[in-house]
Design a protein around this ligand. Structure first.
Ligand code: 3NM
Ligand code: MG
Length: 533
């Protein structure tokens, strides 16, 4: 007997009886293989067969699921569920209402409901749904004319709304989930504060269309249990002294951590894949070289698969992004996500045009960045796209330059809350740079105003940080801090040299100092970091 209150929703199989998905396979055989592979709950969804056949197939399916002690639910057809005596139904928004289904099937039945918005989710919870099928996450050929594609951000906001309920229903998400994205979907859809994650994922084609449904189910089960390779790693250092809720002051002991990371960069000379804008490619490559990385500035989609094995980090800079480049960036991000290498998203001018906003939304739907780096306007724009709570009023952006002026507390709040929402690192640059992993916030006040007097300095910072992250993924927060410090301390040293007259003389002097820090580090001299405050 299946107990409705202890059902395992982790790998939920929905069947399909159309030729395109099922092919010549026997449905019951496919389901049996899938259950053997580790499917934990099955929904018989058949929009084509006659009622007599529905009942017959459902009975055969029920024999299989009973043998494995997992529930069988019927899509839409309460009558079929009743005839078969299986564990329940799954109903869509246009099907029978929940309380009628409950009245017919009784208290022990499992009743699941499709929800694609917080309103639908809360209404179904209120009406007593045992679980929700949240979707459509990604557009899928399996179900045409889906109502709305909500992405992981949509799932996250539904989970956020449910988290306030005393006894929320269980949740799975559906639509385009497969081996490639399942870990990312589970990771990115978590709603923080209070934490609420999905109880499982529901798939059709990832299992039914697989060459080997048993192996596919087994693989999905194992992926569900494992955190994604890119899951952010932040070491806990005892050295940080919490100054107040939003700020962490570093005492001097952080310096060896930072210098060690730079030493590792200089010693290992990692390959860093930069997909950046045409304005700054040359400067960014020179900065990467000067600090000790080996940059590859390739926008070629044909090279992404091989570079993703060669390179230790990926920078995506949206400065001169075009519609034809966007799918290339998207594929690159997803490809590096599979290797686990750190990825850096620089959403240049994000709020400035609808194209840039939708590009960022697209990238965040189909991939995961380890770090999002931008000026105040850009970070505010990303925060609004990501649905971060409590944004300051009137955050706007013209062009690509920073127009947002925020008090330091507001900056800290936005950066921290975006990092929490997306479970990544966020760096907001400015006269003071603000960096957070969603838990702690650093302010870094190094640098020189001349960095703002030539084009591409912000983009080059993204490249510098990508270089340190390439060797520092096990200590990602400190790697970003190290990248910012090297870059900004070199600027201070360039100006302190006394020969800089303006931006024209600054850039070469700055490159010289980045190079000098690299050579000092190679020689074991770590004094450069003493300029950090
Ligand atoms: N319901 P696949 S999407 C059956 O959004 C179904 O409610 C959806 O198929 C919804 O795993 C969907 O092959 C099809 O993408 C999911
Ligand atoms: Mg339906």
């Amino acid at each position: 007997m299946v107990n409705k209150d202890t059902v395992d929703y982790s790998l939920y199989l929905v069947t399909d009886s159309t030729k395109v998905i099922l092919g010549d396979q026997d449905l019951v055989e496919v389901v049996e293989k899938a259950v053997k592979g580790g499917v934990t709950i099955v929904q018989y969804r058949d929009k084509v067969s006659e009622t007599r056949d529905l009942i017959q197939t459902a009975k055969r399916l029920h024999e299989v699921t009973q043998a494995y002690n997992i529930p069988l639910l019927i899509n839409d057809r309460v009558d079929v569920a009743l005839a078969v005596g299986c564990e329940g139904v799954h109903i869509g928004q246009d099907d029978i209402d929940i309380s009628s289904a409950r009245r017919i099937l009784g208290n022990n039945a499992i009743i699941g409901v499709t929800a694609s918005s917080t309103e639908e989710a809360l209404a179904a919870a209120e009406a007593g749904a045992n679980y929700l099928g949240i979707g459509t996450v990604f557009a899928t050929p399996t179900k045409e004319n889906t109502k709305s594609i909500i992405g992981t951000a949509g799932v996250r906001s539904i989970l956020g709304a449910l988290s306030s309920l005393q006894t929320p229903p269980k949740t799975v998400c559906i639509g385009g989930i497969n081996e490639d994205n399942v870990q990312r979907v589970l990771y990115q859809s978590v709603s923080i504060n209070p934490p609420k994650s999905l109880d499982g994922i529901a798939v059709v084609s990832a299992i039914v269309s697989a060459l080997d449904p048993e192996a596919a189910a087994k693989q999905l089960r194992s992926l569900i249990r494992t955190p994604p390779p890119f899951a952010i790693q932040v070491k806990k250092h005892k050295l940080m002294i919490e100054a107040d809720e939003n700020h962490v002051r570093l005492d001097l002991t952080f310096k060896p951590i930072v210098t060690e990371l730079i030493k590792k960069l200089v010693d290992t000379n990692p390959i860093c894949h930069n997909m950046t804008n045409t304005v700054v490619q040359n400067l960014a490559a020179n900065v990467a070289l000067a600090i000790g990385a080996s940059p590859i500035m390739s926008l070629n989609p044909a090279e992404v698969p091989s570079l993703s094995h060669l390179a230790s980090s990926l920078l995506l800079n949206l400065g001169t992004l075009t519609p034809s480049l966007l799918p290339i960036y998207t594929t690159a991000l997803a490809t590096y996500n599979r290797t686990g290498a750190p990825t850096i998203l620089d959403p240049v001018g994000c709020g400035a045009t609808p194209f840039r906003r939708s590009a960022v939304q697209h990238l965040l739907t189909h991939g995961y960045p380890t770090l999002i780096k931008g000026n105040a306007s850009e970070i505010l724009a990303v925060a609004s796209i990501a649905g971060t709570d409590n944004l300051p009023e009137g955050a706007t952006q013209r062009g690509v330059d920073n127009t947002a002026s925020l008090p330091p507390e507001a900056k800290a709040r936005v950066v921290k809350s975006l990092a929490r929402t997306l479970r990544c690192l966020v760096l907001m640059t400015g006269s003071s740079d603000v960096l957070s992993d969603g838990h702690i916030v650093f302010s870094i006040s190094n640098g020189n105003a001349l960095l703002g007097e030539f084009t591409g300095s912000g983009c080059a910072l993204g490249t510098a940080v990508a270089a340190v992250l390439a060797v520092g993924r096990e200590d990602a927060l400190m790697a970003v801090l190290a990248g910012v410090l090297v870059y900004e301390i070199a600027a201070q040293r360039a100006v302190a040299g006394g020969k800089v007259k303006g931006p024209g003389t600054f850039v070469p002097a700055w490159l010289d100092e980045l190079y000098a820090i690299r050579e000092e580090t190679k020689a074991g001299e770590m004094g450069w970091v003493d300029n950090a405050w």
